[in-house]
Design a protein around this ligand. Structure first.
Ligand code: A2P
Length: 339
């Protein structure tokens, strides 16, 4: 790895941006200088990095000058506007928004699946970090696909509010407090109350009846696995959980895979942990997966309704492996192999 690196974090005050800062610190990423960027709303704020208070700067022209890598998690509009500027000013962008993911010029990378795609970063100076639900799904799909040839995925997600950002974490907290105090909970972030509720609606609805979040899982999975023929159908729901997305997967393969074979393959997969002891109630839960980087997988069983099918359940921390950790892992490879 290069000796050191100057890193900008754009969206530093947000849920994912904050976690990016923590990941850089935890993983001992060799940061020689850090620049924290956010919007006008954060003027005057500072955040801690390695025990030091670092002032937050308002993003603007010149914000990326002198930086080697810029980690972005400030929404698609900000990425569209500022990522090309960052590259023009000399920083390679690792972007957590959906703005660039399906651009054929931009690599979309999960280090456990397609690290080789990082080599194409110079096309636009941008590497896209996939959608949180896609990342945790493909780390499990890839090794199974290599073993038995994946044909079709039917996935239902149960997604934590932190995926919507800090404001949604506050909304769930405030609604729970209101309910316990006997008051009417207010919903500003979501179209429905999320506390003690759930709804099958993440992102805008599209013309085919699926939501944008669901279509991200379809298109991003194919791009990451380099397999346009894999069929994916997703239903994404929001649940009153702070951290970690859960997913129920029904998989169809070219060849027969027993539950034991699937378990053995996943036990060896990088950043995957099998938690699958039904007799002692051991299966992944959001609380178990939160605040660490493994995708936990359990309830692995042969599908009784088709010849070569497997059902399973997986859970991962959407802010960490689903966003910040994956971005920092990409930055590590970029620094080690390319910069
Ligand atoms: P700010 O806190 O100044 O609004 P979250 O996903 O948790 O809501 O966080 C979004 C992050 O993106 C925050 O750090 C937010 O900064 C930042 N952000 C949002 N809009 C902009 C913008 N137009 N320019 C720069 N940063 C932005």
């Amino acid at each position: 790895m290069a000796a050191s690196c100057r890193v900008a974090v754009c969206g530093a005050t947000g849920a994912v941006g904050n976690q990016m800062i923590q990941c850089l610190e935890e993983r001992d990423f060799p940061v020689s200088e850090i620049r924290l960027l956010a919007s006008e709303r954060s003027r005057g704020r500072s955040l801690k990095f390695k025990g030091q208070e670092v002032p937050v700067q308002v993003i603007g022209k010149g914000s990326f000058e002198g930086m080697d890598i810029a980690l972005f998690s400030a929404g698609g509009g900000t990425s569209k506007q500022w990522a090309p500027q960052a590259w023009a000013e000399g920083a390679v962008v690792v972007d957590n928004s959906s703005a660039w993911r399906m651009d054929p010029q931009v690599p979309l990378v999960v280090p456990e699946c397609n690290p080789e795609d990082i080599a194409r970063y110079k096309n636009k100076g941008i590497i896209a970090n996939p959608n949180c639900s896609t990342i945790q799904m493909v780390v499990v799909l890839k090794p199974l696909h290599l073993a038995a040839g994946l044909k079709r995925v039917v996935v239902t997600t149960f997604q934590a509010v932190s995926g919507t950002g800090q404001k949604a974490i506050f909304e769930l907290q405030n609604q729970l407090k209101a309910i316990h105090e006997g008051n009417q909970p207010e919903n500003k972030v979501y179209p429905h109350q999320i506390a003690l509720n759930l709804f099958p609606h993440i992102g805008p609805f599209t013309d085919n009846g699926y939501t944008e979040e669901e279509m991200k899982m379809v298109n991003e999975t194919r791009k990451i696995l380099h397999e346009d023929g894999i069929l994916v159908s997703a239903t994404c729901s929001r649940v009153p959980v702070y951290y970690s997305h859960s997913e129920a997967l029904n998989l169809a393969f070219e060849r027969k895979l027993t539950a034991k074979e699937a378990r053995d393959i996943l036990a060896k997969a990088p950043l995957v942990k099998v938690v699958d002891e039904p007799a002692t109630n051991q299966y992944p839960t959001p609380l178990m997966a939160a605040h660490q980087d493994y995708t936990l997988v359990g309830r692995i069983r042969e599908d009784i309704s088709q010849a070569n099918g497997i059902d399973l359940w997986l859970v991962a921390d959407n802010i960490r492996k689903g966003a910040a950790t994956n971005a920092v892992q990409i930055a590590e490879i970029l620094l080690r192999d390319y910069l």
